[in-house]
Design a protein around this ligand. Sequence first.
Ligand code: ADP
Length: 372
Amino acid sequence: MTDNEYILLVDDIVDNLDMLGDMLKHRGYETKIAFDGQEALEQIADNPPDLVLLDIQMPGMNGYQVCEAIKSNEQTKDIPVIFLSALSETDDVVKGFDVGGADYISKPFKFREVMARVENQLTASRQRKEIEALRDRDRQQFEALAQIKDRFLYGAAHDLKNPLTGVLLYTQLLRQTPPDDVSELENIASNIENTARKMQRLVTDIIDLAQMQVGDQMRRIDLPLQPIFESVYQTSLINAKVKDIALSIDIPEEKINYLIERSYFERMLDNLVSNAIKYTPDGGTVVLRLCDREAHYEIQVEDTGLGIPKDDIPKLFDAFFRVKKLTHKKQEGTGLGLSMVAAIVEEHNGEIFVESEEGIGSTFTIILPKDI
Ligand code: ADP
C-alpha cells in the first residue's frame, strides 16, 4: 500500500458499507462511501479514487451502469472496479467483466478474500501507472532527441551547401578558362582544393560528434594528466607563436591521475586551447590551467580574446553555432568544436561553463568530480 490511495465503497446497504469500511481501515486504507450510483459518479468526478468497490444491485442505477459510466469517461476509465455480488451466477460475473469490471467479491464478505482482491487490483493499477510514467518519459526523451537530430541534419546540410555550390561554380569557371591560362587554372584548382578541404573538415567533425552522441562507450583508464597537458601545450605553441600570443601552462607538480579516454581528453583540451588562440587577437595571452580543488579537479583555458556576447553563451555548445560577428566569422570554423568538447566533458562525468566579456576575454572552466 502507498500513501494517499483511497477506495470508494458503493452500496445501498449501510451494514455492508460499515463492514467493508472496517476491514479496509483495519489494513490502513482510506475509504469513502456512496449510497447509490449517482452519488458515486459525483464523488469519482470530484476526487478520483484508486479503486471502486461497487455493489451490483442498487436502486436507481445498478452497478453495471455505474461501471459503464466510469469506463466510458476518459478521466476515470483506468480506475479499477471490483463488483460486490450476492449473485454468484456465472452470467452475472461475466456481465461484470463485460462492462469493464476488474474482479468481483462475493457476499458474504470474507476478510482474507476482500484483502487479497483489493491489494491485487491496487498493485496492478500502481504498476500500470508506473509503466505509463516510464513510457511518457521515454516518449519525451525520444521527441527531444528527434528534434536534436533534425536540427543537426539541417545544420549539416546548410553548412555543406555553400562550399558545394562553390565547388560547382569553380568547375564551371574551369571549363570556361582557356587551357593556356595556366596561372588562372592553378588559382581555380587551389580554390577547389581549399573548399573541398573545408567540407572534409566539416564531415570529419560531424562523424566524430555523431559517434560520440551515439554513445560509443569510451574506454577510460586511470592516467596521469600532466603529460597530456604538456603535450597539448607543446603542439599549440607554434600556432600561438604565429600570432605572437603568449601561451603558458600552469599545472601542479604533484601527480594527478584521472579516469580518462586519452585521445578524446586530449582533443577536448586541444579544442579549447585552439579556440582561445584562434579568437584572441595578435599579441594576447592564453593560459592552460589544472588545479586540484577539495572535491574536484578544475581545468581552465583563459584568454584575452574577443569574448562572447552574453546572449550567445547559452547557445555556445550547440552544434553548428558560431557567434555572428565579423571578427569571429573571419576565423575558419565549423561550429562543432565546442559541442564535441561538451560531449567529451559529459562522458567524463564533468561540467563545463564559460565566463566571458566582450573585448576582454573568455575563461572556459571544466569541473571533474573526484568522487565518480
Ligand atoms: P568553431 O569551429 O566556429 O570555432 P566552436 O564550436 O569551437 O566552433 O565554437 C563555437 C563559437 O564559439 C565560435 O564560432 C566562436 O564564435 C565562439 N568561441 C569559441 N571559443 C571562443 C573563445 N575562446 N573566445 C571567443 N569566442 C569563442
